[in-house]
Every structure is written in C-alpha cells, then in structure tokens.
Design a protein around this ligand. Sequence first.
Ligand SMILES: *Cc1c(COP(=O)(O)O)cnc(C)c1O
Length: 231
Amino acid sequence: MNSIAENIRAIRGRMAAAAEAAGRDPGEILLVGASKMNGAEACRAAIAGGVDALGENRVQEMTEKLARNAYEGAPLHFIGHLQRNKVRQVVGTVSLIHSVDSWPLLEEIQRQAERRELTQEVLLEVNVGGEESKSGFAPEAVYEAAERAKALENIRVRGLMTIPPIQREPHGNLPFFAKIARLYVDISRNLYDNEFTYLSMGMSDDFEDAIAAGATVVRVGSAIFGHRQYH
Ligand SMILES: *Cc1c(COP(=O)(O)O)cnc(C)c1O
C-alpha cells in the first residue's frame, strides 16, 4: 500500500499533467484532501504530504478531530451538506464553506458571521444534474443568488462548487463540468472582479477532467487516503 505522502505526490503529478495539457498553470489549482472517516493522524500525514487544505463533511467529526489537532498547519474547509442548526459551529472555524446550497443557509451564515464580527468565505453549490437526491442551487438560479449575496455584508462568495451525477462512461462528467465552468466565468466577469476565483469540482475518479474544464480546486479523498471503511 502506498503512503499518503506518495499518493499526494502522484496526484500532484497527474494534476500538473492535466493542467499543462489544458494550457493552464498547475500552480493555480488547489488540492483539498477530503478527509472524512480518516483519523487525526491521517489528516496530519496529508498536511505533511502537502495538501493545500483539508475538507470535512460532518460537523461532529470535524469538531472531534479539531480537538485532536488534526488540521494543524493547513486551512480547514467544510465540504459536506450543512444543516442550518450547525452553522454556528462552522462559521469562523473553517476558512471556506464549499457547500452553500440554499438562500436560507446563506442567511444563517450571515447571521452567525455578523454575531462573531467576521467575514465568512463561501462557495455556492450547484446541483448541475438537477438530481433530487442532491442539494444545491439550480444552474438557472445561481447567477441571481450570487448577485443577491453581494448584499450580505459578512459573507464573501468566492466561487462555485459542484458534484455531478454518477456516470458510467469515462469522461461522462465533462459536459457537467463545462456547464458549471461557463457559469463560473460568467458570474466572475459580470458580478465579481478578481474575488471569484474558486471553481471547486473533481474528485478521485475525475479530477483530471475537472481540471481540463477549468477547476481551480479539486477535492480528493480515496486517492489520497485509500478506500473508506464504512461500518
Ligand atoms: C468524499 C468527498 C469527496 C472526495 O471523494 P473521493 O471520491 O473519495 O475522492 C469530494 N467532495 C465531497 C463533497 C465529498 O464528500
């Protein structure tokens, strides 16, 4: 079995190759380690191995691992579905929330960030496949949400995030990635100058296609940490 550091080195190599093939600078793409179900020691190994950040899915797991210094030395992101009653535990604790999937959630983040007198950076999650099982803004609704969010004083919207539907064909996600990339460029140009820089898409099985389509953040779990053990 490869070590976490070796896995990260291999992923960095593949990221660089995908970026260069697309005529992009590999240095502009962040690698976020999706560390759900991996312990504090594995998180620390990933940080030592050079991930740019770690991303957690569940508030309780994150809180437990914070108490064990799992994230020392790297930024912490939240990437999972966030319930409104848990926003308080996340705002100000993480540097970026990838998974803002509704207007009420944005309002609650604003409320908690204002209370704590800080600015929370977020991404808007887009349900690109229109799947009922997934949350997120509809592609048709995200431009307007990004525009409205400019009025929220304690929130900075930094980009978009998406998880496409599961595909059976190789490269089946490319059209979904391309669609969100167009939205991202459109919002960035028309609404936000220079602040809208994160396009978070691509996981272990498809991060190269995401980079080809323009991702600036990839979220990689099993290719770094090995397959998750579900109990
Ligand atoms: C688990 C997870 C990932 C990483 O998935 P892998 O297929 O293990 O790379 C990325 N993003 C989110 C939101 C996740 O929950």
